[in-house]
Design a protein. Sequence first.
Length: 72
Amino acid sequence: MTQTTTTIQTPPRTVTTQNYPRMAYCSAITTSTPEHYEHLKKFGISTVSVCLHVSGFDYHKFATIHTDLARR
């Protein structure tokens, strides 16, 4: 019986190579303007996580606004 070992090399993820995923978190208190999301795109952020609830806010309204803007 032979045993083979496979070594998987992970590429370096550093700020200088920008070889890592970028993600933004948004909630009801995040600026909800198209310009804000365009600004995120300029920095290579293409994924947005929208928080659906922040105590004291109408979460559905803000979640809908951010989801629609992020999809554009």
